[in-house]
Design a protein around this ligand. Structure first.
Ligand SMILES: [Zn+2]
Length: 248
C-alpha cells in the first residue's frame, strides 16, 4: 500500500530531527495501513498523500489535519518529539477522516450524523409478548418493564405511536405491533430511530470528527466500541458504524 509523502518546511527542527520524525511517521502510517487492511479497509488509505511540516499548526493541540479538497494529510512533526506514543492513534484517526470524505456517500454520512438505527427484532418480540400477556393500565408501565436504555428507547417509540394514534390501552392484548399501521414500519425496522439521546456524551464535537474518533476506537478496540459501557447501546452503535463504514 502506497502513501505518497511530501516534505514541507523544516521549521524549528534540525535536519536530523526532521528526518528522524518523518521516518517515524512514515513507519507508523504504514503500520496503520496494515492494521486497516486486517479490517478490509485498505481503501481508507489507498492513493493517499501526506505532507510533513517541521512547524506547529496552532500550538501543540493540532497534531495533524486532513484536507479533503486536496486529499492531503498535513502532519506537524514537532509535536511527536515528546509525544511519540500519540502517533498510532493519530494516524488511524486521520485515515478515518479520509474514509469519511472519500468513500462514504451522502446517505451514509446522514445515517451516521443522525445515528439512525432500526429497532432490534428481539426487543420488538419482547414488547409484543408483554402487550399480549400484560394487563396494563398505563402505557409507561410497559416501558418500565425494560431496564436497559436502548430497549426502553425502542419501547418508548412504539408506545408513543400508539398513544398519538389513540389506541385504547385495554385492547393491547389484541394488538399485533407488526401489523398496526402506527407501529408497523418501525417494528419491521424500515422506519429508523436515533441513538443520539444515548450516545450524546460519546458523540461530541462535529459529526465528521465524531466519526474519525469512532473509527479509531473501533480499529483500536479490535472491532468493538469498548468505550461505551452499556451493552445494548454499544451493540447498536457498533452495528451502525459497521453498516456505514463497510458498505462504503
Ligand atoms: Zn480529527
Amino acid at each position: 500500500m502506497n502513501f505518497k509523502v511530501f516534505y514541507a518546511d523544516r521549521g524549528s527542527l534540525s535536519e536530523e530531527e526532521f528526518e528522524s520524525l518523518a521516518g517515524s511517521v512514515t513507519k507508523e502510517l504504514s503500520q496503520a495501513i496494515n492494521t486497516l487492511g486486517r479490517f478490509g479497509l485498505e481503501r481508507a488509505a489507498s492513493g493517499g498523500k501526506a505532507k510533513y511540516f517541521g512547524s506547529m499548526a496552532e500550538g501543540a493541540s493540532i497534531v495533524a489535519t486532513y484536507f479533503d479538497t486536496e486529499d492531503l494529510l498535513h502532519v506537524y512533526l514537532p509535536v511527536f518529539q515528546s509525544n511519540a506514543d500519540l502517533l498510532p492513534s493519530v494516524c488511524i484517526h486521520e485515515l478515518g477522516h479520509r474514509h469519511w470524505y472519500k468513500n462514504l456517500n451522502g446517505s451514509q454520512r446522514g445515517m451516521w450524523n443522525k445515528k439512525y438505527v432500526p429497532a432490534s427484532q428481539s426487543t420488538v418480540d419482547r414488547i409484543q409478548r408483554l402487550m399480549k400477556g400484560g394487563k396494563y393500565k398505563r402505557y409507561m408501565a410497559v416501558v418500565d418493564e425494560f431496564t436497559n436504555p436502548n430497549e426502553r428507547l425502542v419501547c418508548i417509540h412504539v408506545v408513543n405511536a400508539l398513544i398519538v394514534n389513540k389506541y385504547p390501552i385495554e385492547l393491547l392484548p389484541n394488538l399485533d405491533v407488526r401489523e398496526h399501521p402506527a407501529t408497523k414500519e418501525f417494528c419491521y425496522g424500515s422506519k429508523l430511530y436515533s441513538l443520539i439521546p444515548l450516545v450524546s456524551a460519546y458523540a461530541r464535537e462535529s459529526d465528521y470528527e465524531d466519526y474519525a474518533e469512532t473509527f479509531r476506537a473501533f480499529i483500536e478496540g479490535g472491532g468493538n466500541l469498548r468505550a461505551i459501557r452499556e451493552e445494548s447501546t454499544r451493540t447498536a452503535l457498533t452495528e451502525l458504524f459497521k453498516k456505514v463504514t463497510f458498505n462504503a
